[in-house]
Design a protein. Structure first.
Length: 108
């Protein structure tokens, strides 16, 4: 994530404060409540791991990372982006890996 995007996201959060919550947070919560977790297939190649969602109802979520830690961060950011939620709200969403194989993401 670029420095400019991070600055913009934090500025939005600072301006609106805790009184304003992005509509996407509610949509995200409702999505997970109604549809369950989002599953991903992982493919390795050319020094990166590519993750492609398998059951996202609004299309596909595709992202990549050079290692599992970066991929995990990028998947969370891609889910937030799908619901038009600034990345500065990542802590509020508490998206985390779930499932036996840890290939699914859900809300805490």
């Amino acid at each position: 994530m670029t420095l400019l995007k991070r600055a913009k996201d934090h500025l939005i959060k600072l301006i609106y404060g805790k009184t304003m919550v992005p509509v996407g947070l509610f949509d995200l919560s409702q999505y997970f409540r109604n549809n369950g977790s989002i599953s991903f297939n992982f493919e390795k190649g050319n020094g990166v791991i590519v993750a492609v969602s398998t059951n996202f109802r609004y299309g596909s979520i595709v992202t990549s990372g050079k290692d599992q830690k970066e991929l995990d961060k990028n998947i969370k950011d891609a889910i937030l982006t799908s619901f038009e939620i600034p990345s500065s709200y990542a802590r509020e969403t508490e998206i985390h890996r779930v499932g036996e194989e840890k290939k699914e993401y859900a809300l805490a």
